[in-house]
Design a protein around this ligand. Sequence first.
Ligand SMILES: *Cc1c(COP(=O)(O)O)cnc(C)c1O
Length: 391
Amino acid sequence: MGTWKKRTKAVHEGIRRSQYGEVSEAIFMTQGFVYDSAEAAEARFIQSGEDEFIYARYGNPTVAMFEDRIAALEGAEDAFATASGMAAVNGALTSLLRAGDHVVSARALFGSCHYILDEVLTRYGVEVTFVDGTDLTAWQEAIRPDTKAVFFESVSNPTLEVVDIKAVSKLAHAVGATVIVDNVFATPVFSDALAQGADVVVYSATKHIDGQGRALGGVILGTRDFIRGTVEPYMKHTGGSMSPFTAWLMLKGLETLDLRVRAQAGSAQVIAEALQADAQLTQVIYPGLPDHPQHALAVAQMGVGGTVLALDAGSQAAAFKLLNALEIITISNNLGDAKSIATHPATTTHQRLPEETKAELGITPGLLRISIGLEDPEDLLQDLRKAIGKA
Ligand SMILES: *Cc1c(COP(=O)(O)O)cnc(C)c1O
């Protein structure tokens, strides 16, 4: 299986067939497992063998299929599936860090990631330094000999800043720090984050991996040592594990992930170019456009601009008018979905940030995040153009 290409792994890797020889992966909707004897139960609690399960919070066959499949796709030794993307971000950071540790994080983060770094970790005595993730000098100045970890979104939500995984990893590894990358926007299809230097990759599977708006999920990927030695003990005792039903949804999502995100990224590129040419908007932000500040880096790192673009309508009133005039694109706050979704981050996903932080991050009153789905790109473009006209 090691020589298979990503698309083959996405369909076949990790499968565990029951005695019935089912084609589609079975949903082992069970929280527990029976033992042949009291001695067998004792033995399994001392040291469970491969494919020996104890309790669904610790592991489950359907969840293991998802973990093996996504680990193979990402090129990671192992994975731990979590109840949500935030359980993955929290699990990766909290299982590693202790009071007194120092972390350097990019400032441009999803609202809940910012909460974990800025409010949770600091509450337990972890020191966090925030930097402009696109500024390598800032990373260099902030990383200290005692820095334990660095954290960033490889493409930031929602401002689409691209962080140089290779360069930041080099700075971090020089002091022995662990590099944790929230890689949602790159998706396992476009990601080469581990080869580029990341030690740990985290996904919200809620986004492209499910891709059809059904379930929350997440995953932490890394070395077997890190996943089984550091992450698993923390996750299995604190309750953030993925449910078997969710794992099944995510497994089926992985089978079509490549087709979906390539189509979505292709449409996003076409739509971003067309809207930029219209020149009615203050700004079209998309890593696939040559005028994006990290365009060359985005292409080198992911090969494409991704499935999400951002528009600046100029003011909150104009942004709201635009949103309310959309007919195909829905107003919601997921991304990576088959349905195109428009979000006003300043009043929803990033509402809790202080005004000055929003300004610092470029989350302006007119900013709209547009996740491009699987609809016909011509229909989406027409929908956006009509709405922009009304705004
Ligand atoms: C959505 C998202 C998360 C959180 O994922 P959930 O599945 O909603 O918990 C974390 N990081 C980024 C970059 C996201 O876009």
